[in-house]
Design a protein around this ligand. Structure first.
Ligand SMILES: [Zn+2]
Length: 287
């Protein structure tokens, strides 16, 4: 499932390839996604220039020349493929998960430019594309989401006061998109390992120092993953058809029973189900 770093990698390649280009034609082959693609979608997008490709949390935001926006969410299994007219592409997928080549089935939408096509593929159909008419509606669309770890609003003061009196555990808060946007299950475990905090610790028991660590490592873990994802795009031949997880060096995620990677820690990685999601942590250095 794509998390913030994966979506950021897609954003970068899209921005590089379609920025300042005009949409010539749009073909919708299957409207059934999480939200049905409206009938007016094709005509709305046709003739628009893509000013730039932004991202907020796990949403890609295409800014259009008529001051409106097209948002794209990859859901559980969505991938964006770039197919060039003249160049024979070896790999079309802009992500490092799922098939590197354009699959034959589940290609829902094609956005056609002069020299290339952007194709949205989604076998499980939890993703969606949506037109947002203006900036104030765009802001409204994301009002339910908390800041991203990269935003200045995600500061010690914000984190510490959010946790005041909260009985819920810290792991659930990292996954709570109204507290912080863009952290998923894998990265939540990694952030807590880096911060030396046990996932089931009650949020109200965290000190200001703990909150500072949460702030710093949330940023660091996501940034490191963006960097690694970038390198595995260029190395697709090694991950043919695989999710790319093998290449990513997780510290605790999916490492149950293995020894802790922290220098001079002799602990082992445990797995525990917390709020219905599996959490991985070291039994010694995370307190
Ligand atoms: Zn340890």
């Amino acid at each position: 499932m794509p998390e913030l770093p994966e979506v950021e990698i897609v954003r970068k390649s899209l921005d590089k390839k379609i920025k300042q280009k005009k949409v010539k034609k749009v073909i919708v082959r299957n409207r059934n996604l999480r939200f049905k693609i409206p009938l007016a979608f094709e005509n709305f997008l046709k003739g628009q220039k893509i000013i730039k490709v932004d991202r907020f949390s796990k949403y890609l935001i295409l800014s259009l020349s008529n001051n409106s926006y097209c948002i794209l969410h990859l859901g559980m299994s969505g991938t964006v493929h770039l197919v060039f007219k003249k160049k024979k592409n070896l790999f079309t997928n802009t992500s490092f998960y799922n098939s590197p080549l354009l699959p034959k089935k589940h290609n829902h939408v094609e956005i056609i430019f002069e020299d290339l096509k952007v194709i949205y593929n989604d076998p499980r159909r939890f993703g969606f594309l949506e037109i947002i008419k203006n900036l104030s509606l765009l802001k409204k669309r994301f009002i339910h989401l908390g800041p991203e770890p990269f935003q200045p609003e995600f500061c010690i003061k914000y984190i510490f006061s959010f946790f005041k009196g909260k009985e819920k555990n810290i792991k659930s808060f990292l996954l709570d998109q109204s507290f912080v946007s863009g952290i998923g299950n894998i990265y939540a475990s990694e952030i807590l390992f880096m911060s030396k905090i046990k996932p089931n610790k009650k949020a109200r028991l965290l000190s200001k120092k703990d909150c500072k660590k949460i702030m710093i490592y949330s940023k660091k873990v996501l940034l490191d993953s963006i960097k690694k994802g970038g390198s595995s795009i260029r190395d697709f031949t090694n991950t043919f058809g695989k999710t790319g997880n093998n290449q990513r060096s997780f510290k605790v995620y999916d490492r149950e029973g293995l020894s802790c990677k922290r220098f001079k820690c002799y602990g082992f990685i445990k797995k525990k189900i917390i709020s219905n999601r599996s959490s991985f942590f070291c039994n010694i250095c995370q307190k």
